[in-house]
Structure formats: structure tokens, C-alpha cells
Write a protein that binds this ligand. Structure first.
Ligand code: ASP
Length: 300
């Protein structure tokens, strides 16, 4: 069997109906692990995992994303290749079925790292990226959630206790048999966010990072706090200068987030030793992992 490690998340927060997520996360990790065992690249593994999570309306990414204050979905996504620290990202895109595929296209087919809004959507059309009607993305649960957020004048994590549905941003980090690391993150952002608001998920070094010698990271939580702390890069740099384990790296990230900005969220990390770290300052994180020599593990 080929060596690999993969960890995925579906957001962090206060979540009561966990069984649904356990089932979904377990299914995704098993499906992606099959590819990993066959020697699929880390980049393809994180892409596949995030596509599966984006397609599941349970999560705040792709279909089922939270609604902005105008009542429609605007997605952010990113991907990073640890081999050469190449990255691609999109922000504020609507109508893109799988924003992570567009982020990957930006990385591979443009000379840029990030495209936003209409420009990104035009690039998607030119490059054969699948689109959907705006209605495809909107679920009844999200409409209700936005109404509740507006009533209480809140801009919230989709999995905040204030809202009825507790769902989440998605991400994946993997290392493959060649020792290559990749990471990807995808989100609809915050419930009732301002039209045009961009979170941490598409910001390289904030909501995502990957560098083969160090680790890969994907984050979830209040994006503004992760941008201000450049959290994913902070964790990678900590791994560079400390002998600590992957778990110690994830905990350092969350400790730093809490210490600096009293931040709320969760992180997943894979290091170059095929070790996994998961940490959160929220009551819970929706996450699952599997490595070539261990069984599937649920963190929720
Ligand atoms: N980090 C995302 C954002 O701020 C939200 C989340 O993780 O649920 O856009």
C-alpha cells in the first residue's frame, strides 16, 4: 500500500446533530483514501475531498453555502501545492458549482494567484468550469438561517449557536506517497456577511497553506481573525523552527489565535512525517482523518 495521510474538516462550532456529519465525513475520507492507496497525488486528493464536501448541502461550501446580507451565495476557495508553493484562489464568486476547481484552474492556467467576482466567473466560463443557477446553491435551511441572523442583527459563523443549523466551511490537507503536501479550503463565508466581503479561506497564509518541508494547513472560523493573525503561515513557520509534532503545531495555531485576537475556529494540519494535527477553540470541530497505517478517525 502507498504511504499517505489525509485530514478533512467541515467547519467548527457548536454542533448538536453530529451523526449526520460523522456519516458524511466518514464517507468522504474513505472514498479519498481509496485513491490515496492507489498513489493519487496530494493535489488530486484534496481537490477530490473538497469537491465531495462542496457537493453536499450539509456544508457551508458550494451547494448549501450560507447567504450574504443580499440573500445570495458568494463563495471563496483556495488550493496550494506544497511542492513549489504554487497557489490558486477565487473570492466572491457566484454560480460556480465547485469553487475549488476554479481555484485550481487559476493556479494551473493563469499567471495569477487570485481572481475575484466577475473576472473569476468569466475565467471559469473561458476554461470550461461547470456553473449552476443561483437557485442551485440556496437551501431552505439557509434562507431561514439568514432571517434569524437578520432578526438578531448578527453576522455569524454558520455553525454558531445563534443559528438553528450548525454547518461549516470545508477543507482538506494531504500528503502522498512521494511526500508531496497539498491543502485546500472552500466556503460560503459568514451568515449575513456584507456583499463583497472576503474571508480567510482564499487568502494564502491565512485560511490555507502548504509547503512540502513543513506542513499543510486548512482553517475554519471567523475569517477576519485568521487574516489578522496569518494563522496558516504562522503554524507552518512554527513547524519550521520547532521539533514539535503535528498536533503541537495545530495547538500552537489555536493558542496564538486565542491569545492575539480571542479567536474562534479550528485548524487541521498534516506534516512531512505523515502525522496529523487537529485543534479548535470552538466547542467542537467536524473533522476526520486516515493514514496509510491507521484506521479512519473522527474528531467529532
Ligand atoms: N472562515 C470562513 C470565513 O470567514 C467561515 C467559516 O470557516 O465557517 O469566511
Amino acid at each position: 500500500m502507498k504511504k499517505f495521510a489525509i485530514v478533512i474538516h467541515g467547519g467548527s462550532g457548536a454542533i448538536s446533530d453530529v451523526a449526520l456529519y460523522q456519516e458524511s465525513l466518514g464517507r468522504v475520507i474513505e472514498e479519498v483514501s481509496k485513491l490515496a492507496k492507489e498513489g493519487e497525488s496530494a493535489l488530486n486528493l484534496v481537490t477530490k475531498a473538497v469537491v465531495l464536501l462542496e457537493n453536499d448541502p450539509l456544508y457551508n461550501a458550494g451547494r448549501g453555502s450560507v447567504l450574504n446580507t443580499e440573500g445570495f451565495v458568494e463563495c471563496d476557495a483556495s488550493i496550494m501545492n506544497g511542492i513549489n508553493i504554487e497557489a490558486g484562489a477565487v473570492a466572491g464568486v457566484s454560480g460556480i458549482k465547485n469553487p475549488v476547481l476554479l481555484a485550481r484552474k487559476v493556479m494551473e492556467k493563469s499567471s495569477h494567484v487570485m481572481l475575484i467576482g466577475k473576472g473569476a466567473e468569466g475565467f471559469a466560463l473561458d476554461n470550461g468550469i461547470e456553473t449552476e443557477s443561483l437557485e442551485y446553491f440556496v437551501t431552505e435551511a439557509r434562507k431561514k438561517q439568514l432571517e434569524q441572523a437578520k432578526e438578531s442583527d448578527n453576522i455569524t459563523l454558520d455553525h454558531n449557536e445563534v443559528t438553528e443549523k450548525k454547518l461549516g466551511t470545508v477543507g482538506a490537507v494531504a500528503i502522498d506517497s512521494d511526500g508531496n503536501i497539498a491543502a485546500a479550503t472552500s466556503t460560503g463565508g459568514l451568515v449575513n456577511k456584507k456583499f463583497g466581503r472576503v474571508g480567510d479561506s482564499p487568502i494564502i497564509g491565512a485560511g490555507v497553506y502548504a509547503e512540502n518541508e513543513l506542513c499543510g494547513v486548512s482553517a475554519t472560523g471567523y475569517g477576519e481573525q485568521f487574516i489578522r493573525t496569518t494563522l496558516a503561515k504562522h503554524m507552518a513557520e512554527w513547524m519550521r523552527y520547532h521539533e514539535g509534532s503535528a498536533q503541537a503545531g495545530a495547538e500552537e495555531g489555536i493558542n496564538f489565535l486565542v491569545k492575539k485576537v480571542n479567536g474562534l475556529g479550528g485548524v487541521i494540519l498534516v506534516d512531512s512525517d505523515y502525522k496529523i494535527g487537529v485543534a479548535h477553540s470552538t466547542p467542537m470541530i467536524l473533522a476526520a482523518s486516515k493514514t496509510w497505517d491507521t484506521e479512519m478517525k473522527l474528531y467529532c
